[in-house]
Design a protein around this ligand. Sequence first.
Ligand SMILES: NC(=O)c1ccc[n+]([C@@H]2O[C@H](COP(=O)([O-])OP(=O)(O)OC[C@H]3O[C@@H](n4cnc5c(N)ncnc54)[C@H](O)[C@@H]3O)[C@@H](O)[C@H]2O)c1
Ligand SMILES: [Zn+2]
Length: 711
Amino acid sequence: MTQQRKPADQLSEAEAAEELAALAAAIRRHDDLYYRQDAPEISDADYDALRRRNETLETAFPELVRADSPSQRVGIAPAAGFSKVRHRVPMLSLQNAFADQDVEDFVARVRRFLSLQPIDPLSVVAEPKIDGLSISLRYERGRFRQGATRGDGTEGEDVTNNLRTLRDLPERLSGEVPDVLEVRGEVYMTKRDFAALNARQEAAGGKLFANPRNAAAGSLRQLDSKITEQRPLRFFAYAWGEVSRPIAATHWESLQRLKGWGFAINPLAARCRSAAEALEVYRKVEAERGTLDYDIDGVVYKVDDLSFQERLGFVSRAPRWAIAHKFPAEQAQTLLEEIVVQVGRTGALTPVAHLKPVTVGGVVVARATLHNPDEIARLDVRVGDSITVQRAGDVIPQILGPVLDKRPEDAEPYRFPDVCPCALATPVVHEDGAVVARCSGELACPFQQVERLIHFVSRDAFDIEGLGDKQVRSFFERELIHTPADIFDLAESDKESLTPIRKLEGWGEKSADNLFAAIEARRRIPLERFIYALGIRQVGQATAKLLARSYGTLVVWQDAMLAAAGERQAAPDAKKPDLVGEHYAELCNIHSIGTNVADEICSFFAEPHNLEVVRQLEVRLSVEAAAQPETADSPVAGKTVVFTGTLATMSRGEAKASAESRGAKVAGSVSKKTDYVVVGADAGSKATKAQELGLTILSEEDWLTLIGRGA
Ligand SMILES: NC(=O)c1ccc[n+]([C@@H]2O[C@H](COP(=O)([O-])OP(=O)(O)OC[C@H]3O[C@@H](n4cnc5c(N)ncnc54)[C@H](O)[C@@H]3O)[C@@H](O)[C@H]2O)c1
Ligand SMILES: [Zn+2]
């Protein structure tokens, strides 16, 4: 991660784009560790800080929002091995609040959206935010039929049999139950059961869980329900998905209904009439947190009136009608033992603080990034200092600064090296005013070479089984592979080698054969993976996918990129894409790509050694053409809509959201490109102009019917 702590308004667009790319990659990695492997490497506070930073940058640079941005998605797709369950009502995440002000803003925002008058009441329900994993339980005619994890919100993992082992989960519901009832809530493990489980695991030499949440998720997401059976899991109900008839008119009453049907409801939930009351509940719950037998990480507020919830709807990955107010993070002091400079794939040098291990917020911290030379100077942290680390704030984990009274007399200010720690000792360049230092060795720098190879075989790229970071490093050091193409010659070159792989430590006949087979299997590769694997700066998975879909085949893409790169070289200073050239403009116009990313792609294609890498791979691989994009199913998807005049049933914000959530674009002014003009009362010149242009004019009612919300 680079320059996390520079305020967003001081970042250049290029810096912001780079940081957003790094954030997307980091968040994806942590999502995988957390949701799929149940083994996070960083605390939730740090993770939330990454997301918050992402949000801040996206607000400051709306044109840089990436298609693969974490703000656009929930969780992670189901893991292999489980059957998938489609959620008919998506399972979403929650917006976060950290300060009291955020909660007040939330209530104000909701009121504005609903056009409520100050005298109109607005209740919210405050509930503890249980730190477990969300689950959906489907009941048909009162009988438990199917249970699923959230997954990526649209598809989850089928864990029905595992759930049947939970004592808290009623197999049959009593009373008046809708025919279809999908109950949602949190599966969790109590602190006491967690301690006992870890003690048993330790005695048996098994894996220890970091916290009750991971233990709960790891226990439920088992392919063998016999294991789940031995793990005491609990369940709190707090929501619902598909229902054949409404449960009640408010969230609060719905909770009471769920309770009546036999589900456990959290006893600390409370109905509040104002932000102030909600904050009182927050403080009460926070005070009780330590005495509860289960982990909670905040308080969730939900708009009580369900018709309001319906109108408020969703923004990308979270409902507009709820917010999670998180508890603050913890700090600790420890010794800064050493500062080690690491070299990344693109040559960026990142100073990393090696700390005397210390527990902060339940996680052991031994390393913390210091980001860049400027950051070290700003903090003036020195080797030998006692420093304060925080597991929240802006980074993973964040070093707040030295404890000056504890500074040893001989502590020297840190001097950033002038040369790369690689064997070439190439001079470090500080790119025009940027805070990032880079090794100038490019592909000649062994650190960069190896990082690129690691990226090339990583899971979202070539994903070669048996060839992870460790193996790549070892093969590289033994000079078995230098460039990506060498990987595909490995089986051949190994035959002539004096020290064949099967003779190396940790390898055998079988594992070597498996590796060669895994490499062989990847000679066919989808174009998007191929593009992503090249490791072009700022070209993440989503951009690679866009490129693949837009250009279709490797040949077409490559030719177009070479042409664009040529155009860019001939017009390095042109600001408008059209003035650079036709291929360049076409590239920039692909959804969300823009000039920053286009320039990175052009500089990649302007380098002969990169072209050589592509050429070598091309002759060894068969790169599959990309599939064409699916068409969205709303009738307004892809259309441009203008709203004008005063609408009777929706605020302007709600109207805009009703269009955007269905894939339409909302424009401020009428033009020939406008597809629909939705006209409310007292519409002025826009309505007139729409008539003159002969555009389709809709009443508010027509619009609601069109989007499937009509009466
Ligand atoms: N440490 C990591 O590496 C890492 C990685 C990914 C996610 N996380 C953590 O996991 C969480 C992930 O975010 P998320 O997308 O799951 O959203 P979230 O946890 O912030 O909020 C949504 C979730 O809250 C849960 N929840 C608990 N009590 C609830 C209640 N009363 N009402 C409604 N929902 C309730 C539900 O499971 C819901 O899916 C965050 O706390 C984040 O810090 C951590
Ligand atoms: Zn170097």
